[in-house]
Design a protein around this ligand. Structure first.
Ligand SMILES: Cc1cc2nc3c(=O)[nH]c(=O)nc-3n(C[C@H](O)[C@H](O)[C@H](O)COP(=O)(O)OP(=O)(O)OC[C@H]3O[C@@H](n4cnc5c(N)ncnc54)[C@H](O)[C@@H]3O)c2cc1C
Ligand SMILES: NC(=O)c1ccc[n+]([C@@H]2O[C@H](COP(=O)([O-])OP(=O)(O)OC[C@H]3O[C@@H](n4cnc5c(N)ncnc54)[C@H](O)[C@@H]3O)[C@@H](O)[C@H]2O)c1
Length: 480
């Protein structure tokens, strides 16, 4: 394999001027430096690789997604802890919130990681050439790198992610609005933040900004927040949210305009909502539509996702896709999993031979919303389980039913488990409450390894008095 960068570099890539004169051929070209970059571990150190990235190195999770949001969420949780401290006989007061320091803490840690990742690929890894531009296909496994250079590769990985959807009514209004891309660097805390959307991003940022002292209004077109989750979860969460935020459900936005340095929304019922800043959190669209995918022989589904099979193969020979650009799940642990699958398949060099390829496992994909309280889920909702025609048993246990939840004086949390009657096969689990993202993990494990509800409940010790007793009790309560 030819090493790329033991020679003088060209325009910040690992290419020499001679490489550039001709179309340079790579073993592997990867579009996107998020999960596509982390996929390239030491097994690829002798592989002549191109990474094509138009934005900030490291992608969504590191720069504008999971990592910074959870750092803000942690600070928000600390602020909320102070608010409830008196219940436990601890008098504490929040004297203030230093927004610039909060932002610096987060990005003072995140930005260097992005820079270090880029430096590693661009300078230290001699087998890698980094092209900083907008990539698009100009033929089968032939890419315009957006830097004036065209490259070809034996194998291509499309890991181009997704971007926020901004409804036309907002886009065409010409008002200043924020998305997850920039709200975390807003210069000062808005007195009143208006959030459009009621999904994951809205729920997490509503928690962050309200805990830090902002008034929050959430405008959502559905009847409930987080309406794709189990109905008991979304109903309980919507009730809790209404106590903390001004929540306008079943509403769309008719008009948006500037208002006294902020924004004014006219809702479809004529109501006016004004605020100092507007955050748009109305979903994300895969970036496959910006790749000239057809030129590369790559088919897109009607919803914009790149079509892949269970081996993450696209419709173009030698081209794999992973993560938000192709996945039904816009979650980092899913893109990480798919990246591991693609890595294995790239190393096989056996496109046409599924017998040696690895398939992705999307059977039991968990998700967590890091709001207050946390929410986590895996498997079917109760509605889905009942619609499946299976004989279904459902049981809900409150956090306050177990010792730790009782000690916490919790009034909100619960664990809901859904199983098939007779076999005890676990079909779904939904947790709302403190540390839900951790509490649910034993259920993810049980489902993944085929452990039935009864065996899971009775075949192991459950630490007393840990919060996980709520899972044990929910399982024991199932009428199987
Ligand atoms: C606010 C927020 C919070 C989130 N929190 C969580 C969480 O807590 N847990 C969780 O599991 N998931 C979370 N997610 C989802 C998670 O961030 C994504 O599922 C994951 O990062 C997707 O990874 P990816 O590699 O597919 O895409 P990305 O990381 O987005 O990488 C794609 C890269 O491709 C580049 N690119 C795109 N098109 C081109 C092109 N034509 N040419 C060159 N480069 C291109 C982009 O600039 C980008 O850097 C969150 C998302 C958001 C928005
Ligand atoms: N903790 C996590 O894992 C995490 C956190 C944030 C984001 N994410 C991922 O990113 C994805 C995108 O998040 P998101 O919250 O932007 O999308 P989402 O799909 O979770 O929610 C979109 C929300 O916007 C509403 N909506 C859509 N159009 C609207 C309109 N015109 N007016 C009013 N409401 C409208 C929808 O009804 C829905 O409530 C998530 O689905 C998730 O996969 C994950």
């Amino acid at each position: 394999m030819a090493r790329v960068a033991a020679r003088p570099r060209h325009r910040g890539s690992g290419l020499t001027p001679e490489d550039v004169a001709a179309v340079t051929h790579f073993d592997i070209a990867v579009i996107g430096s998020g999960s596509g970059n982390t996929m390239l571990d030491k097994r690829f150190r002798d592989t002549k690789t191109a990474i094509l990235e138009e934005g900030t190195f490291g992608g969504t999770c590191l720069n504008v997604g999971c990592i910074p949001t959870k750092m803000f969420v942690y600070g928000a949780d600390v602020a909320r802890t102070i608010e409830s401290a008196a219940t436990f006989g601890v008098d504490a007061r929040r004297d203030g919130v230093r927004w610039p320091d909060i932002v610096s803490r987060v990005f003072g840690r995140v930005d260097p990681l992005s820079e270090a990742g880029e430096h590693q690929r661009d300078v230290l890894h001699s087998n890698v050439a980094l092209f900083r531009g907008h990539a698009r296909f100009v033929g089968p496994r032939r890419l315009d790198t957006g830097t004036g250079e065209v490259i070809t590769a034996d194998q291509v990985v499309v890991a181009a992610g997704s971007r926020p959807i901004v409804p036309e009514v907002v886009r065409s209004a010409g008002v200043r609005y924020y998305t997850n891309d920039d709200i975390m660097r807003i210069p000062e805390l808005p007195g009143h933040l208006v959030i459009l959307g009621g999904g994951f991003v809205a729920a997490e940022f509503a928690h962050v900004f309200s805990a830090l002292g902002c008034r929050v209004t959430v405008v959502v077109r559905g009847e409930k927040l987080l309406r794709h989750l189990d109905r008991d979860v979304s109903a309980r969460f919507t009730e809790i949210a209404r106590e903390r935020w001004d929540v306008r459900t079943s509403r769309t936005v008719a008009a948006v305009r500037e208002d006294a340095g902020g924004v004014a929304l006219t809702l479809d019922d004529g109501a006016q909502v004004t605020g100092d800043a507007l955050l748009v959190a109305t979903g994300r669209v895969p970036n496959g539509d910006r790749l000239d995918a057809a030129a590369g022989g790559i088919e897109l589904a009607p919803d914009g996702r790149i079509v892949v099979d269970e081996y993450q193969r696209t419709t173009a020979e030698g081209v794999y896709a992973l993560g938000d650009v192709s996945s039904a799940y816009q979650l980092k642990h899913v893109s990480n999993h798919e990246a591991r699958v693609v890595a294995l398949n790239l190393l096989q060099h056996a496109w046409a031979d599924p017998s040696v390829l690895t398939a992705a496992d999307h059977r039991f994909v968990p998700a967590a919303v890091f709001t207050a309280p946390q929410i986590a889920s895996v498997g079917m909702t109760e509605t889905q389980a009942r619609a499946s025609g299976l004989d279904v048993a459902v049981h809900i246990r409150q956090y306050s039913d177990v010792a730790y939840g009782w000690a916490m004086e919790d009034t909100e949390g619960f664990c809901k488990v859904i199983a098939e009657r007779g076999t005890g096969r676990l079909l779904g689990a939904h947790v709302l409450g403190a540390q839900a993202s951790t509490v649910i993990q034993p259920l993810v494990q049980a489902m993944s390894f085929g452990l039935d509800a009864r065996t899971m409940a009775t075949g192991q010790y459950w630490i007393h008095p840990a919060l996980t007793e709520v899972v044990e009790n929910a399982l024991l309560g199932l009428d199987l």
